[in-house]
Design a protein around this ligand. Structure first.
Ligand code: HEC
Ligand code: HEC
Ligand code: HEC
Length: 443
């Protein structure tokens, strides 16, 4: 009895004395909880690809970005989002930061244009916004760099108009999990619709520049769209143009490395692989793949698929160059992409049956031939094989013939291209300047 009550007293004393100690002892765990929040925020910043827009070639990460075109010949520059108090977002509170990300309103109250993908980021959870804020405030180096003024013509310059736009097109609900689907699907939907803002490039836009859908509720979601002189592919289940022929494993490999047996990332998708999806966990890339593979075809009549036809390869093998563009292909392209258009997996994509080649909009195809592709950098290593620029080697007629040859050979069927279309793109684009492209150091 006595023994027991003595123990009870000892225990009570221990607890009493231990309490304050307990509190000081818990300081290190509190700090590491902080570090965990910052690390989580960094991961989310990768998933949201903030760096790709908010940094410019040769510049510091997040210190302000490359020009982005707006309609009516206007240009804006993603701002300095380092925690510098004068030129960056150092004075932003969590509430200010939240309002910029999910409502498109800067700290001083001015409306942002949806080039900042706040209509997608509106889906981000409160907890993830807090983690992102912790990362930007505590782990990003402040850089003192003035923002470049936007060049915006009237009437677009009236930023307050965006409040009306938001009324129609901004859905202010964070992502609501769907009870009809499992946790993996919901995680994938959250990443694709929210942080990954895949729809900002892959969903067609309406005449007021709004994405025609922000979720899979409408078939037009992620059904492919033109932007910045590229055509972002159809990511729905379409057999010929979409991801109908890709498995979830193909998609995971593509998001992790920029390559798989049939495709290689190029154009603006390079930024997504270089700065974002390669850093995601396997589980998150699998969730994205699982969600995308659940999207039904956006063009249900696109079911004929693609079937290889050997005629073009046989003609090239027999040195029969009757088809316009076939000799150019044989001379400049066949070494890498092969006479039968099969490429060389994993690094040289097939042109036979390739959705980018079959796309009704030929802009990606003409662009990559004119200007080449920027380097894909995975795990710090720039890719070895790269598409060169043929701008100075081939004229508009030769490129049009070549494109039409590629679009009608090996079983491919796609509408033809005119030399004028090539000339227009030539005049408005430049060859990729590889030496100009610094590889931003993010870690
Ligand atoms: C697709 C390009 C793009 C991406 C990705 C992007 N931003 Fe932006 N962001 C912009 C542009 C453009 C502006 C300026 C818009 C304007 O001036 O109307 C901007 C503005 C901002 C502002 C307002 C700053 C100020 O006071 O001027 C903040 C804060 C911001 N972005 C944070 C982020 C964060 C954090 C991420 C990642 C979670 C991110 N952005 C991802 C393009 C982007
Ligand atoms: C900045 C614009 C942009 C964003 C954001 C973007 N993409 Fe892309 N994506 C493109 C372009 C352009 C292409 C076509 C070039 C190519 O095939 O690499 C493409 C191609 C793809 C392809 C290859 C399709 C095929 O048939 O070859 C996949 C898969 C893909 N994107 C997935 C995604 C996912 C998932 C996201 C969001 C995490 C995303 N993209 C975000 C621009 C973008
Ligand atoms: C030195 C090898 C090489 C040569 C020669 C070459 N390419 Fe490519 N091509 C590539 C690589 C590698 C890619 C993948 C993108 C990248 O990493 O640059 C590519 C990508 C492409 C793509 C985009 C397809 C996709 O889905 O990724 C098209 C279209 C294309 N090449 C057409 C051509 C044409 C037409 C010619 C001839 C004028 C040609 N290529 C010559 C290596 C080559």
């Amino acid at each position: 009895m006595l023994k027991l009550s003595r123990n009870v007293v000892a225990l009570a004393l221990l607890l009493l004395i231990g309490m304050p100690y307990g509190r000081t002892d818990s300081a290190p765990p509190a700090q590491s909880a902080d570090a965990a929040l910052v690390a989580r925020g960094q991961y989310l910043a990768y998933a949201a690809d903030c760096v790709a827009c908010h940094s410019s070639p040769g510049g510091a990460a997040y210190a302000g970005g490359r020009p982005m075109g707006l309609p009516l010949n206007s240009t804006i520059y993603p701002t300095n989002i380092t925690p510098d108090p004068q030129t960056g977002i150092g004075l932003y509170t969590l509430q200010d930061f939240d309002r910029a990300l999910r409502r498109g309103i800067a700290r001083d109250g001015h409306h942002l244009y949806p080039s900042m993908p706040y209509p997608s980021y509106a889906k981000i959870s409160d907890a993830d916004i807090a983690a992102l804020y912790a990362y930007f405030m505590k782990a990003v180096q402040p850089v003192h760099q003035e923002n470049r003024p936007a060049q915006i013509g009237w009437p677009l310059s009236m930023r307050w108009l965006m409040s009306l736009w938001n009324l129609f097109f901004l859905d202010t609900h964070t992502y609501q999990p769907s009870a009809d689907h499992d946790a993996q699907w919901n995680r994938g939907a959250y990443l694709v619709q929210g942080l990954g803002h895949c729809g900002a490039c892959h969903t067609p836009r309406g005449w007021l520049f709004q994405e025609k859908a922000l979720t899979q509720d409408r078939r037009v979601y992620l059904s492919g769209a033109p932007l910045d002189n590229w055509s972002a592919a159809d990511l729905t289940g379409d057999t010929t143009l979409g991801l109908g022929r890709w498995s979830e494993a193909d998609l995971v490999q593509f998001l992790k490395t920029g390559h798989n047996a049939t495709g290689t990332a190029f154009g603006s998708m390079i930024d997504v692989i270089n700065y974002s999806t390669q850093y995601l966990s396997d589980a998150d890339n699998q969730a994205i793949a699982h969600y995308l593979k659940s999207l039904p075809p956006a063009h249900p009549d696109d079911t004929q698929g693609w079937h290889y036809d050997p005629a073009a390869a046989n003609a090239l093998a027999g040195l029969k160059f009757d088809a316009p563009g076939s000799q150019t292909y044989s001379q400049y392209c066949a070494d890498c992409h092969q006479r039968d258009g099969s490429g060389q997996a994993l690094f040289i994509p097939a042109l036979a049956g390739n959705p980018s080649v079959l796309d009704a909009n030929p802009i990606s195809l003409v662009n990559i031939i004119l200007n080449g592709s920027s380097p894909l950098v995975v795990s710090g290593n720039p890719d070895f094989y790269r598409m060169a620029s043929y701008r100075t080697i081939l004229n508009d007629q030769q490129i049009a013939d070549l494109v039409n040859f590629v679009r009608t050979s090996w079983g491919n069927h796609a509408p033809s291209v005119t030399p004028d279309q090539v000339a227009t793109l030539r005049a408005t684009t430049d060859a990729v300047q590889v030496e100009e492209l610094n590889l931003l150091r993010m870690r």
